[in-house]
Design a protein. Structure first.
Ligand SMILES: Cc1ncc(C[n+]2csc(CCOP(=O)(O)OP(=O)(O)O)c2C)c(N)n1
Ligand SMILES: [Mg+2]
Lengths: 324, 383
């Protein structure tokens, strides 16, 4: 066991998987010599060489498309896109092609690809460097969407993503890259994709969230009166998502609050709210609440914490739902 | 593939001596250039200070070392020629005439900034000065520049709203050469005769990747523009007189013929890519080599020794004035207010705010953009 940050846990998972499987190739801007903008791939080029950790030109469409081509031919490429905003130029390759090959070829050609992308706000970065586009990717059939919220989960989920036979977009919440450490086993282990985690058990109300806001939710729970018992669910995989876990919890609590950084309208919270009413209608004591970012472009850092769902706003949302 | 590091070697003085276009310019033009370059240098020095004092946040890319590029090329065209650039944009904003206080306030995240403090370092917009902004997505501005150029033709030839021929200056870094968007844009511009000039500020690096490691034909970039039937030239970007000598006739000709152009403008950034860059990819000697022919020193020397229109004392006085001007901009930024959350978080998304447009929230009209406000006041006082 070692006490690791999220960054170190990802680096460890990459190292171990690359040791075990020589089909794995890393591609990205400044990931080799410089170790990546967030230093997630630090040391990997020294260890595995320039053929397996490839410094690419500044060309997201090219990076994504060639990674997909590698995957179609049986490799296990892991491209890094430096920030979620730069997925724009890569979107066509990933969504119009990568995500559709299994279907288009009716199973003959598959794309075992893991795209690593730092995501979300909270680091004083501007728009395009602070956004949370997970719902956009979850909307497209054919690609899985993962977002860890702790070092332990980061390692296990990444290994599952790499070994998964289909494309996975693995979002890394940059706000918690180095926010805290956790015991992470040296041995390889996997956490199945599509399985949520109950972070705290409770009986009065369910919070569903993922990524960095898990921490803000915990902080919010400390602010609540003692007589409200909250069950906190970290979704971990946004698509396919663990509706069974949510359903079981909401049937028990009768109340549900969804928390995410992305704008409210058409955010993934909307999907969850719809499914909760579909599956738990007769158990609900209150409408599903959403505490989210706003329907506007991420503002510069001074307003950042007003935009993001911070603890106070989450606590308010919980109280409103509880008091309904 | 060449792996040679960027080189500061230039044409010998002998080669340059034979009549220069810039020799015909009056002293005051060159003095203005010197002043503008020094303003940018001083501005960026204070920017870095404010950043290390955590008064500026986000990502911040300074222009130090490249001053001659923006000042020289913008100084070679008309004020109403549109300009668009990437994220290393403070220099272009100042060269285009943005008041430094709006620029500094933007980075401080204040409501008095050119993007109302809601954008930051990469968001220098100044419509009254025909500056269409910085762009945080590398290469994104290159098709936009083609569109701005398209509009100038459309306005003149289809709408017949003006008989003035204009060109668009579209700046990009060497890293942006590798983005697909640029290649689509160049093809379009070549095909449709769009008067956009792609000015590659080639500082040799894209973050930590040297041009030779990231770009094919790094030592013969004009082949890229050749492929699209676009005229190209290479210019030493450390000497503003060279820039004018070469760029002015090039731009004039493109304006006249209404054709696109491509410039490989060789320059250097003295500081890291952003404020957190350990710079493992280059040597201190390489930085020094360029600093030895610093564009400000070179021009100041020319004005003092060849033109004899600037004394050591006057130069120092100029430095003092600029320091005061930038200090004032900093003070303006410090004294300004942060945007009001209620009023500004939802403003500037749509022009047409109406109750119920979104079930979650209305879109209020926030405060007026300070740059537009100033331009309106100016207009009024001229009437
Ligand atoms: C599409 C996209 N990919 C990556 C980045 C991250 N990034 C910002 S600047 C930069 C390097 C750009 O280098 P260059 O174009 O040479 O400009 P310079 O920094 O030298 O001015 C990179 C990779 C980005 N902003 N946009
Ligand atoms: Mg560059």
């Amino acid at each position: 066991m070692a006490n690791l940050t999220l960054v170190q846990a990802i680096n460890l998972a990459l190292t171990q998987e690359m040791e075990a499987d020589d089909r794995i190739v890393l591609l990205g801007e400044d990931i080799g010599l410089n170790g990546g903008v967030f230093r997630v791939t630090e040391g990997l080029q020294q260890r595995f060489g320039e053929d397996r950790v490839v410094d690419t030109p500044l060309a997201e469409s090219g990076i994504m498309g060639s990674a997909i081509g590698l995957a179609m031919a049986g490799m296990r490429p892991i491209p890094e896109i430096q920030f979620e905003g730069f997925l724009g130029p890569a979107y066509d390759q990933l969504i119009n092609h990568g995500a559709r090959y299994r279907t288009r070829s009716r199973g003959a050609i598959t794309v075992p690809l893991t795209v690593r992308v730092p995501v979300g706000g909270g680091i004083h970065a501007p728009e395009l460097h602070s956004d949370s586009p997970e719902a956009i990717y979850a909307h497209h059939p054919g690609i899985k969407v993962v977002m860890p919220a702790s070092p332990y989960d980061a390692k296990g989920l990444l290994i599952s993503a790499i070994r998964d036979p289909d494309p996975v977009i693995y979002f890394e919440p940059k706000r918690i890259y180095r926010a805290f450490r956790e015991e992470v086993p040296e041995d390889e282990y996997t956490i199945p994709l599509g399985k949520a985690k109950i972070v705290e058990e409770g009986s009065d109300l369910t919070i569903v969230t993922w990524g960095a806001p898990v921490l803000q939710c915990l902080e919010a729970m400390d602010k609540l009166p003692d007589d409200i018992s909250v069950e906190l669910i970290d979704l971990r995989t946004i698509y396919p998502y663990d509706m069974d876990c949510i359903e079981e919890s909401v049937r028990k609590t009768g109340r549900c609050v969804v928390v995410h950084e992305a704008p409210k309208t058409s955010g993934f919270g909307a999907e969850i709210a719809a499914m909760v009413q579909e599956r738990c209608f007769l158990h609900l004591e209150a409408p599903v609440q959403r505490v989210t970012g706003y329907d506007t472009i991420m503002p510069y850092y001074k307003l950042e914490l007003d935009y993001l769902p911070e603890a106070d706003r989450i606590a308010e949302g919980v109280m409103a739902c509880a008091a309904y | 593939m060449t792996t040679a590091p960027p080189s500061a070697q230039v044409a010998s003085d002998e080669e340059k001596k034979t009549k220069r276009l810039s020799d015909k310019l009056p002293d005051k033009t060159l003095l203005k250039w010197l002043r503008d370059m020094m303003l940018i240098r001083e501005f960026e020095t204070r920017t870095m200070q404010a950043y290390s004092n955590a008064q500026i946040g986000g990502f911040c890319h300074v222009y130090t070392g490249q001053e001659a590029c923006a000042v020289g090329t913008i100084g070679s065209v008309e004020h109403d020629d549109p300009v668009i650039t990437a994220y290393r944009d403070h220099g272009h904003a100042l060269a285009r005439g943005m008041d430094p206080k709006f620029c500094m306030a933007e980075m401080y995240g204040k409501i008095t900034g050119c993007a109302k403090g809601k954008g930051g370092s990469m968001h220098m917009f100044d419509k009254p000065n025909h500056l269409y902004g910085g762009h945080g997505i590398v290469g994104a501005q290159t098709p936009l520049g083609a569109g701005l150029a398209f509009a100038t033709r459309y306005e003149r030839e289809v709408m017949e709203a003006t008989d003035k021929k204009r060109v668009c200056l579209c700046y990009l870094g060497d890293g942006a050469l590798n983005q697909g968007a640029l290649h689509e844009a160049m093809n379009l511009a070549g095909l449709l005769d769009l008067p956009v000039i792609y000015i590659v500020e080639n500082n040799g690096y894209s973050m930590g990747t040297s041009i030779a490691r990231g770009t094919t034909m790094a030592d013969d970039l004009l082949k890229k523009s050749d492929a699209y039937g676009i005229d190209g030239i290479e210019i030493d970007g450390m000497d503003i007189r060279d820039i004018y000598d070469e760029f002015k006739p090039f731009a004039d000709d493109l304006r006249d013929r209404q054709r696109p152009g491509f410039v490989n403008l060789i320059t250097y950034r003295y500081h890291g890519h952003s404020m957190s860059d350990p710079q493992k990819y280059r040597t201190k000697d390489e930085v020094k080599e360029f600093q030895e022919r610093d564009s400000i020193d070179v021009l100041a020397k020319h004005l003092m020794e060849d033109r004899d229109c600037l004394s050591e004392d006057e130069y120092k006085e100029m430095q003092k004035e600029l320091r005061a001007e930038v200090r004032e901009a900093v003070k303006f930024a410090e004294d300004s207010e942060f945007p009001d959350v209620e009023a500004e978080l939802y403003s500037d998304v749509f022009l047409n705010p109406m109750a119920g447009l979104s079930p979650s929230h209305d879109y209020p009209i926030g405060e007026e953009n300070p740059i537009l406000e100033e331009a309106e006041e100016k207009d009024d006082s001229e009437d």
